[in-house]
Structures are given as C-alpha cells and as structure tokens.
Ligand binder design. Sequence first.
Ligand code: DP6
Length: 356
Amino acid sequence: MKNNQLSGRIKWQSPSNIALIKYWGKKGFQIPYNPSLSMTLSEARTETELIFTPKSDNREISLTYLFGGLPQSEFEKKVKSLMELLLPEMPFLADYHLEFRSWNSFPHSSGIASSASAMSALVLCLCSMEKILSGEPIPPSYDADFFRRASRLARLGSGSASRSLYGGYVIWGKTHHVPDSSDEYAIPMYFEVHPEFEQVSDTILIISSREKKVSSRAGHELMLNHPFAEPRYWQAEKNLIRIIEVLQKGDWTEFARITENEALTLHALMMTSNPGYLLLHPNTLIAIEKIVAFRDSSHVPLTFTLDAGPNIHLLYPKSSVHKVLPFIQEELANLCENQQIIYDRTGSGPIQIFGP
Ligand code: DP6
C-alpha cells in the first residue's frame, strides 16, 4: 500500500573515495570519457540525516540543508538542482518538505573534496525514503539494485560520488575489459584483490586548504578542446587494465608506477589546457621529491596520488606503517598547512545509521 502521508527520519553515513585511475573529462549528462577506478576511504565521510514531513502543495521542491548545524547556501543550491533533476523519477519529492542535516568527519576547511561523500549520503537518504513510501516491508531490504540505482543518481550530482556507494575498489565507466561496467553507474570490484591491497593506508597531507582557483567542473570542461584528450583517454584505459592485474597480483612497484603516472598526468592536463592553470603548491613538489627519495633509499613501497588540488594522498601497505609514520612526522609534516594530516585507509562503504 502506498502511503504519502508519512513523516520519517533516515540517516546514512557515506565515505569519500580517492581515484587511482582518474575521471577527467565528461560528455552529455555526467558521462565520463574514460573509465576510472577508486579506493573507498574509511575515515573521510559524510553523515546525512533526512527528516521528511508532508506538505500541502506538491508543485515545488522544498528543502533546507544544514551543514555542521549551519545553513550552507552553496551546497543547498546544488542539492536543489539535483532534486529537480530527479523529480521525474522520484515525483514524491515534491510532496514533502525535506530537511537535511549533514556533518563531515573531516575538517570542512581541509581542502578534501566532500562532494563524493555528501552526494552519495544524500542520494542514499532519498532512495531509502522512496522504499519507505513504497509500502514495502519495513525494514526495507537494500539489495544490489538499490545501490546500483543510488550510484546512478549520485553520479548526476557529482561523477566521483557514483563510486562512493561501495567499499574497497570501485570502477565507474564502460569498458569492454570489465564485465558489467557502465557509464551510468559504478560497480564494486569483480575479482578477488590480493591480500597486499585489501587494506591500504592513505595518509592525506593537507598542503593547502585554500579553495581551488579552478573547480573540477571547469577542469572537466577544459578537456573538451584539449589537444591531449584522445591520448589521455587511451592512457586511462591502459592504466585501468594494468592496475586491475596489479591489484590481483599484489605488485606494489607497478602499483606505484601507475598511480603516480595518473596523478602527474591529471596535473599535466591542467597545465596544458587552454587556458592552462596550476593547482600544485611549491610544497607539493618538495614533498613528492622527498617521498620518492625515501622510497628509493628505504625500499618501503610508499607511493602517492593527487586529486584536483595541492594535497597529497600517501599510499602504503599496513605492514609499513612503523617505517612510514616517522618519515611523515620528520620530513613531511612541516610542509603541511598547520601540520594538518588525515590518517585514512581502505573503507568498506556506506552504512545506514538509522532508518525504518
Ligand atoms: C580529479 O566528480 O568532482 O577527483 O562530476 O563535475 O562533480 P563533477 O566532478 P568530480 O571530479 C573528480 C575529479 C577527480 C578525479 C576522480 O575523482 O576521478
């Protein structure tokens, strides 16, 4: 039985993710030019609570979005446009006032992109709300179709958010090398990962928390007329096939080669777009030189990746923590803004905190 007079509360926690094979360049409606592969994080996450109450008119979306207890007009606007987009598929959204209360586990000003965790947590709340209203048995069951749909809808809010719906390693983007891969939604890893890569430490060096001069959205757009676009999409596909093999074999040397190649290519694409721009900070370069020198001298399999900004994700096996942590404290902490460092690792995906 359908019930559109219910009020309710739902809360989901959803993680951020770090791309190892980068999504950079999109077409049509949030369709990536190349497949990407990410590792889901554990500590960097968003918790979002949705309180829905029936309202009398059902013409428009009515919502409030509180972030850390305060109104966040920028994000509220983004959420509203996503909801308007979802309305034909989720017409019930116009029957309710929607109050979102959201909170990030990582500092707001850390420079860590929160759109993946925030958009995925939000969409999970909407998909749960739909389940409740559908009159399905309570508690509703969350099966593979539920997460696949949530991934597709989260993608409409932010491409990288489509990958935050699953734990471990996640692939988004159609390629004939990966069974069931799709441009519409992400899929969890379809093979057994080598024990070496089951738990990877990701220590995030906050080199600068200043807002980026050029947004990711604008960066994707600059790929449209980019002279290196075609070779880049070819390279991404090649790196994807290779990293899939590496994750199965447990080969850290090759893993480092691919992740660094992807990180440096991403920034090279920014520098060579028209107009070109730089998001790296001088301390990013100093830190990279130190990381490579430490790896060469210690033979610890430490590697790094970058997102679209100056901060560095240090990736290394759990077994090397006792060697890497002193190196970070002695050599890298001083390069970070206010010595800010976030200690993260592979995570297991979203969790419903409460619901029906
Ligand atoms: C460099 O997902 O933030 O982090 O789809 O416009 O929201 P929109 O872009 P976004 O781009 C992420 C770019 C990246 C690489 C990646 O996460 O794959």
